[in-house]
Write a protein that binds this ligand. Structure first.
Ligand code: CDV
Length: 308
């Protein structure tokens, strides 16, 4: 018997600095209604606001108004309520300010009954801490967030094994593998990726989308898992980000992809049992991994060259 989960990827178009959370949540609900019949809907990273790490504040606390102090809260409760009525699980990203003053780039996993069953805090934070005049645009995630402190867990919910990662995490095979080693069957990934490289402006949307797809497809294939990667896209206050939201099967093939850089739904009936073949054969980790040779992966960050 196949284990089918009908999945929707809910790409969001641009959110301007001036847009309220209430207006964004109304857009998210409209997408949810469009995806009626889905079991599970995936929204992007930092879904409730503009991608604020592009804006520099000398006083970091001035960015605190972009953060959520509780979840759900008054602005997001309507999304939780609508999902419960539709019987739809969901995940979205937001900036989290904890009661003891920690700042994280977070995503949550909510089951069909509206319960938050999982939380992930982004581990691979890209960008820089200080204003960098050499860049075409700023990417100050390292200024506003701390690296996540929850690892890469996998949750048993909605009839399968679910994991989350956020944006830049998709470029790091370690992130997929840690979840692969827990048997993950579906990884969700929200992203905000600028259409050009801030340090190499001739690297434009084509190359950016190529690296995005390469990373997601490889992660799916090498861990025999579904990956649902969903963008916030379009031009935010003059800064373009590409779309290319994807649903990728456990063979690494793209089975659905957005066509616009606006609010858009993609859907696919994902068979979680389709993850089994790869996990039992070429990526049967227990039989084939050779951990005695992987020590550097966890003992070293930077490159150590061999002696001359
Ligand atoms: N939000 C991100 O993590 N963006 C990065 C950019 C800066 C390269 C990404 O990996 O897409």
């Amino acid at each position: 018997m196949p284990r089918i989960i009908n999945v929707a990827g809910a790409q969001l178009g641009p959110i301007q600095k001036a847009d309220s959370r209430e207006a964004v949540v109304a857009r998210m609900i409209a997408l949810m209604d469009k995806a009626k019949g889905a079991d599970f809907i995936v929204y992007p990273e930092l879904a409730l606001t503009t991608f604020f790490p592009r804006w520099y504040h000398e006083n970091r606390a001035e960015a605190d108004h972009w953060f959520e102090k509780s979840m759900p809260n008054a602005a997001t409760q309507p999304l939780f309520d609508r999902a419960k009525v539709l019987g739809m699980g969901f995940t979205f990203g937001y900036a989290e300010l904890t009661p003891d003053g920690h700042h994280f780039n977070t995503s949550i996993l909510v089951d069909k009954a509206g319960r938050i069953v999982g939380k992930y805090r982004k581990i691979h934070l890209p960008g820089h801490v200080e204003y960098d005049p050499e860049r075409t645009h700023q990417h100050l995630e390292k200024r506003y967030f701390e690296p996540g402190d929850l690892g890469f867990p996998v949750w048993r919910t909605m009839g399968g094994l679910f994991g989350m990662m956020i944006c830049n995490d998709r470029r790091w095979p370690e992130a997929y593998r840690v979840m692969g080693l827990q048997g993950v069957e579906m990884i969700t990934l929200g992203f905000n990726t600028p259409s050009t490289n801030s340090q190499k402006p001739d690297e434009g949307p084509e190359a950016r989308a190529f690296h995005h797809k390469l990373s997601v497809q490889a992660g799916a294939y090498q861990n025999s898992t579904w990956v649902v990667a969903v963008a916030k896209a379009g031009v935010e206050d003059g800064f373009p980000m590409f779309g290319c939201s994807l649903i990728v099967d456990p063979d690494g093939r793209i089975v659905a992809e957005t066509k616009t850089e606006d609010d858009e739904i993609i859907m696919h009936a994902c068979d979680l049992d389709a993850t089994k073949f790869g996990k039992d054969t070429i990526f049967d980790f227990k039989r084939h991994r050779r951990i005695e040779h992987y020590g550097r992966i966890t003992s070293q960050t930077g490159v150590v060259l061999p002696q001359e």
